[in-house]
Write a protein that binds this ligand. Structure first.
Ligand code: CP
Ligand code: NVA
Length: 310
């Protein structure tokens, strides 16, 4: 059997905790484990731009003794010239895993079907599950526990980060609030899936339109760009609709006094967050960015350890 990681709920609550535990071990002993020695190669494919994901996978695969093969779609046969399924059949004969940043979730599903190596979603229009492993790891480091914490995501509630917070946060037993205006609410099916998970973990899901109400008394305040990759032409409309969801010091002051501020980056300072907040004492964005490395190493080790295919 091959395990893939296309969405945050592809792993159970126990499996999520196991991966986060492993990430802490790998972070402490960064260069000790070499399970990809050989070296085995991991293909990391980008249809969209990236700094953190590209660097953290390349460095992480090398840390594990493996060899990262970074592929830009523009210079490959993917993207209209060859199907994802055919690409996967070619890659699986030569690489240990396939990591892919793309647009539609359907492409990832197509690639994962019928391939014998794990496929990892390195961001799609719908989800960013690798980022959430890093975010949960970071919150755990700062707060000890995830279950029972309340986290508010403000802004584009239909973006990949909001969806991943819903699924991964529910899996961790957290209380997830999404604050967004009409037209930017999460996909109904993702909400339903998150609610079903929360019902089993003691977490909860709540939607808000009022940003002040949404952040009152919470443990963690999160935002993301208002203009995700692929939506650049909507920038003016998005800035107009989402302006009142900007995280500034007055809004953050409504959360718990020691509330954490997080952002997956890259940030549009002055839009979704003010400079004093993102650069302020409650911001843990650099820990969050570093933890991409440790969380993804743990994910790869875990996925390869669960791959019983020859
Ligand atoms: N947070 C994140 O995925 O950053 P990049 O787009 O730089 O990879
Ligand atoms: N929502 C953002 C995340 C970037 C890491 C985007 O998709 O562009």
């Amino acid at each position: 059997m091959t395990r893939h990681f296309l969405r945050d709920d592809d792993i159970s609550p126990a499996e999520q905790a196991e991966i986060l535990d492993l990430a802490l071990v790998l972070k402490r002993d960064r260069f000790q484990a070499k399970p990809l020695a050989g070296p085995q190669t991991v293909a990391v494919i980008f249809d969209k731009s990236s700094t953190r994901t590209r660097v953290s996978f390349a460095v992480g695969i090398a840390d594990l003794g493996g060899s990262p093969l970074i592929i830009s779609t523009a210079n490959s046969q993917l993207g209209g010239k060859e199907t994802a399924a055919d690409t996967a059949r070619v890659l699986e004969r030569q690489v240990a895993a396939i990591v892919w940043r793309t647009y539609g979730q359907a492409g990832l599903e197509e690639m994962s079907l019928g391939t014998t190596v794990p496929v990892v979603n390195a961001l799609s229009d719908d989800f960013h599950p690798c980022q959430l492993l890093a975010d949960l790891l970071t919150i755990r480091e700062h707060r000890g526990e995830l279950a029972g914490l309340t986290l508010t995501f403000l802004g584009d509630g239909a973006c990949n980060m909001a969806h991943s917070y819903l699924l991964a946060g529910a899996t961790a037993g957290m209380h997830i609030r999404i604050a967004s205006p009409a037209g930017y609410t999460p996909q109904p099916q993702v909400l339903a899936d998150a609610e079903a998970i929360a019902a089993t973990t003691g977490g909860s899901i709540a939607l808000y339109t009022d940003p002040a109400e949404a952040v009152t008394g919470v443990d963690v305040v999160v935002t993301d760009t208002w203009v995700s990759m692929g939506f650049e032409e909507e920038k003016a409309a998005r800035v107009a609709s989402l302006g009142s969801y900007r995280v500034d010091s007055a809004l953050l002051a409504r959360a718990k006094p020691d509330a954490l501020f997080m952002h997956c980056l890259p940030a549009d300072r002055g839009y979704e967050v003010t400079a004093d907040v993102i650069d302020g004492p409650q911001s843990i964005i650099w820990d969050e960015a570093e933890n991409r490395l440790h969380a993804q190493k743990a994910l790869l080790v875990w996925l390869l350890g669960h791959n019983t295919n020859p």
